[in-house]
Design a binder for this molecule. Structure first.
Ligand code: ATP
Length: 262
């Protein structure tokens, strides 16, 4: 089931992406609605990270094309923000948390311009939103993984983009941080932002996302969450792994996460 939207914020047309001439995504056609929380879901190696990188034009051109706000990406780059997978970034160099968040402003500033007070205020405000204002002067390399994840989010928030691509923002964070992050994403949605999230946990996906893209090298389904996260489509996506995932889901249901029930 592949549902298209009338005035899409992202359009992907017949996209095929290859690494070393080996295709990893085939003929992807989809549209995504504005102002939604979108989950990109599928097994390991399904091409989820590849899809969002291709949507941002961060990979060597394959075939097909992507349009964002009905324009080629080159024309709307400063309206797009990216939070990469945490472990894909090596922060083993001297940079304060504040400097990292300020980097979010460079798209607007130009790399060699001095930040103005408004940029610094935006960076500090973003740190406050993720509860990391007390860490502004710390070295980024000295933070824990979960704290770094909050800082990357702050950097994206400081950019004040219209579309956010996030690659597993909940990976390796505790339940309180996950709750704080999803609350933040919901606030962004209320402000009309579109947030596209690579995600692994099916249980929380039903609760978090308005729209789901199911992927396994090809597009299996794309549409409103309640229409897409069905047994049949999940089986098509995960094959034999579904039974295991369902059992994990049942186990999770029995646990209590009071902070999620707010
Ligand atoms: N830079 C690269 N060079 C060569 N192959 C790559 C590269 N990046 C990813 N791949 C391959 O492309 C396929 C899709 O990878 P991708 O990271 O997009 O999957 P994913 O769905 O995000 O996986 P995961 O859930 O495990 O993070 C995998 O087979 C992977 O090995």
């Amino acid at each position: 089931m592949i549902l298209q939207v009338e005035n899409p914020v992202v359009e992907v047309h017949d996209l095929t992406v290859s690494y070393d001439r080996k295709p990893v995504l085939w003929g992807i056609d989809l549209t995504l609605p504005a102002g939604a929380l979108v989950g990109v879901i599928g097994p390991n190696g399904a091409g989820k990270s590849t899809l969002i990188k291709a949507m941002m034009d961060l990979l060597p051109a394959g075939s097909g094309y992507v349009r964002i706000f009905d324009k080629p990406i080159g024309q709307v780059r400063n309206r797009i923000s990216y939070v990469p997978q945490r472990e894909s970034v090596d922060w083993d160099f001297p940079a304060s948390v504040f400097d990292v968040v300020l980097m979010g402003r460079y798209g607007k500033l130009g790399l060699f311009k001095r930040p103005r007070k408004a940029d610094k205020d935006a960076a500090m405000e973003a740190l406050q939103k993720v509860g990391m204002q007390g860490f502004a002067n710390r070295q980024i390399s000295q933070l824990s993984g979960g704290q770094q994840q909050r800082v990357f989010l702050a950097r994206a928030l400081a950019q004040n983009a219209d579309i956010y691509f996030m690659d597993e923002p909940f990976a390796g964070v505790d339940i309180a941080t996950e709750t704080a992050i999803i609350e933040l994403l919901r606030t962004m949605r209320e402000q009309g932002k579109t947030v596209i999230v690579v995600h692994h946990d099916l249980q929380s996906a039903t609760e978090y996302f308005d729209w789901v893209v199911l992927l396994n090298l090809r597009l299996v389904a794309s549409g409103p969450t309640e229409k897409i996260l069905t047994q049949q489509l999940l089986e098509q996506t995960y094959g034999g792994k579904l039974t295991v995932l369902t059992k994990v889901g049942e186990l999770l249901k029995k646990q209590e996460f009071p902070s999620r029930e707010r």
